[in-house]
Write a protein that binds this ligand. Sequence first.
Ligand SMILES: [Mg+2]
Length: 171
Amino acid sequence: MISMFKPSWMFRDIYHVSPEFLAGNHIKYVLTDLDNTLIPWNQIAGDEKLAEWLKEMKKYGIKVIVVSNNSYSRIEHALVDYDVNFVSRALKPLTFGIDRAIRKYSLNRKETVMIGDQLMTDVFSANNSRINSILVKPLVNNDSWTTWFNRFIERFVFQLLKKKYSDIHWQ
Ligand SMILES: [Mg+2]
């Protein structure tokens, strides 16, 4: 059961996830969470650093698709300056949004990774969809109230993971 919450890899933030690392692990498609993964949950849009990261991915032929539980309008506004496809109302921890992205863009699961800041939604749904996952630390520590309960459970699950797996560490 606890293995369903185990991320394939852990990085401090998306900027530590390089196209070289992904290519080295045969990853061609990045599904990524939006809030607190790409953009702080309480900000409207991303910055120049995010634009650079997305450009780097594109240069290496890695396709990035945002898979978020948030609304169409929130995501559309957030990504207006970037050339990125997205799936809204993804219903994570269910696999609905991930599976939709996989079907819509004809992705190979083995070549796909889900990046996100929550074990309970992003990593759990990735594992249930049988794709790779990367856990990152949230960009800002004060979450929206809707994720408070998830964070509470997450601390407990994280302790169990650390006990069971020796490779639970931030890269
Ligand atoms: Mg998030």
